[in-house]
Design a protein around this ligand. Structure first.
Ligand code: ATP
Length: 583
């Protein structure tokens, strides 16, 4: 397949912000893609060569790309730097450089998707001594056979700034349209995606075997499953009304979620974002490899503990584990406990369709508890009063609150439903529930904050439309240290214009790719003529906004932009608030 078809589709996508048009262009691209290459086209469209859990990064530094441009086009180093300063986008610079290129070779080799993909693989796999020269040679080879447009997208992909404005759900919609003729069939594809976390694989199967083929896909130990998530309610009575009957109350521990896969004593650990984080937790691997079962997938919360008395420490302490070097030292200085709360796969049996009651029983039967390994404390109850008492007890012991689980509930990968309900003490007051919002823009600071951002524009996620809609501007709650860290992180997300997936009427000094997630509290949700979250849903030309937002101090590194608070959750919260006022 010619790469020009892919590049042209990307170019068309860049020109529109309308989701329906994006979907149409994407579906057209898939229609023009032979089934042997659909997997590769999907990964490339996601800006990758493999799903994140493979841990393969195609990334090439800006400096290296500039070197290649200097070598393989007629553009001078100074001009390359000037153009880069002007556009902030090496893809654009490449397009200009290739347009100016003096044609030296008359015969060009065909540039296919297969060739682009395998060159990206070669670049990613080249490491060690002399790797820089080899990478330069690989990329020069591609660029010498490129049109300016193809070059633009090859470089954007390699430098990690391919911003097409499409998320996983749009890709699933487009696949459903292409291969089943109806967007409504997305659910079937989603099931396979939820247990494989691999859009390329879903595409390949549905392209080759249709919906029937998807039924043959099963959980694979070693491949992460998209995690089940909890809905939130604000009082014990609401929970009793919603669930009814017996339920399991569990401590909600404040740590990092781990999905642990063990296959013949070989351990892989995945984060909530499904990155492979096995290297951060060598202590977990060694404990789990002692479990004498052929294969197993469990979920746990890793919590930092006090070295002296074993009590729980705040979530921030776990950040010491997020490093590449000297991990043994971190393991010694910052011990953790592993607190299991679910089991998804056990001894060749997929447990996702088993009740929570059964899963918990199995978990109890296989775990030999010790100082490091435990099962999250729980209690089976049926009255509101018991929930309140257990909530207080959990908070006294340093937890965030409770997760209440329906005993008959199955494991619903990738879903946020009421089979799990989280209850935190703060939820009981007016609007003190924390929200996770993504940074989409910033306004420069004044005075003490010169050379930093003074305020950040934040957005919530509209899952239906796959858009990030502005919800508040936050400038308080940041320590100097946090301002610096966030500023540095945001430098990598700067884009020239508003991102295609961002909906905002506000003007800012800098726009960002939606990537950095912050935890925010606020006083209440109000209607707003400026912000675009839930626009026109309550009143024409008005959206919803958060009043008096404050940063809690927590950067949610464990969340991707699509995992943040949704506009639907905001609407529920707004309605709940109204009810309180009316009552
Ligand atoms: P929050 O923002 O409240 O931390 P979240 O958006 O990260 O939550 P939720 O699905 O809303 O994710 O809440 C469930 C999270 O709580 C899980 O991802 C897990 O990390 C954590 N957790 C702690 N204890 C438990 C437990 N006993 N059962 C399930 N999840 C638990």
């Amino acid at each position: 397949m010619d790469y020009s078809v892919v590049a042209q589709a990307y170019e068309d996508m860049e020109k529109t912000r309308k989701r329906l048009e994006l979907l149409e262009i994407l579906a057209n691209l898939f229609k023009n893609t032979p089934s042997e290459v659909i997997e590769r086209v999907i990964y490339l469209t996601q800006g990758k060569i493999k799903p994140d859990f493979y841990g393969i990064e195609v990334g090439m530094s800006d400096k290296l790309v500039m070197k290649v441009l200097e070598k393989s086009t007629s553009m001078s180093k100074v001009r390359i730097q000037e153009e880069y300063k002007k556009t902030g986008d090496l893809g654009e610079v490449t397009k200009i450089a290739l347009s100016n290129k003096i044609q030296t070779t008359l015969v060009k080799d065909r540039l296919t998707v297969e060739r682009v993909y395998s060159t990206f693989e070669d670049i990613a796999n080249t490491t060690g001594h002399g790797s820089v020269d080899i990478k330069i040679a690989h990329l020069s080879g591609l660029l010498s056979d490129c049109t300016p447009l193809e070059g633009k997208y090859i470089i954007r992909t390699l430098t990690g700034i391919l911003r097409l404005g499409i998320a996983d759900y749009t890709v699933l919609d487009a696949l459903a349209v292409t291969y089943t003729g109806d967007k409504k069939n997305r659910g079937y594809l989603e099931r396979t995606y939820n247990i494989s976390s691999d859009l390329g694989k879903v595409a390949k199967i549905v392209a080759e075997k249709g919906l029937k083929g998807l039924e043959e896909i099963n959980i694979v130990v070693g491949t992460p499953i998209r995690p089940m998530l909890a809905e939130r309610l604000s009082s014990s009575q609401e929970i009793i009304d919603k669930v009814g009957g017996k339920m399991s109350l569990e401590y909600k521990l404040d740590g990092e979620r781990l999905q642990i896969h063990v296959k013949k004593k070989q351990v892989s650990i995945f984060s909530r974002k499904l990155e492979n984080i096995t290297n951060h937790y060598p202590d977990v691997s060694s404990i789990m490899s002692e479990i004498n079962i052929e294969n197993i997938i469990v979920e746990a919360e890793a919590v930092a503990i006090n070295k002296e008395n074993g009590s729980y420490l705040p979530f921030q302490e776990l950040m010491h584990r997020r490093r590449k070097h000297k991990i043994e030292e971190a393991v010694k200085n910052y011990p953790i406990s592993i607190n299991l709360f679910d089991i998804i796969f056990f001894d060749n049996e997929d447990l996702t369709d088993s009740s929570y009651e059964r899963r918990r029983k199995i978990l109890n039967s296989i775990v030999k508890k010790n100082k490091k390994l435990d099962i999250v404390k729980n209690k089976i109850i049926q009255s509101a009063e018991e929930i309140d008492n257990f909530l207080e007890q959990s908070i006294e012991e340093g937890c965030e609150g409770l997760v209440i689980k329906d005993l008959q509930g199955t494991y619903r990968a990738g879903a946020r439903e009421y089979l799990w309900i989280k209850l935190k003490r703060e939820y009981k007051s007016e609007m003190s529930d924390t929200l996770d919002l993504v940074v989409i823009g910033a306004i420069y600071g004044k005075g003490k904050r010169v050379n930093r951002y003074g305020a950040l524009l934040l957005a919530a996620y509209d899952k239906e439309e796959d858009m990030f809609r502005s919800f508040c501007k936050v400038g308080t709650g940041f320590s100097d240290e946090q301002l610096k860290i966030i500023y540095e992180k945001l430098q990598k997300c700067i884009i020239k214009d508003k991102h295609a997936m961002v909906d905002s009427k506000m003007e800012v000094d800098v726009w960002f790719k939606p990537n950095i997630v912050l935890e925010i509290t606020g006083s209440e949700i109000t209607i707003s003529p400026i912000h675009t979250a839930n626009m026109n849903e309550i009143r024409k030309d008005f959206g919803l906004a958060l009043r008096f937002p404050i940063f809690t101090g927590r950067i949610r590194e464990d969340k991707m932009a699509q995992d943040i608070t949704t506009t639907m959750e905001i609407m529920n919260e707004y309605r709940k608030q109204l009810k309180k006022v009316i009552n």
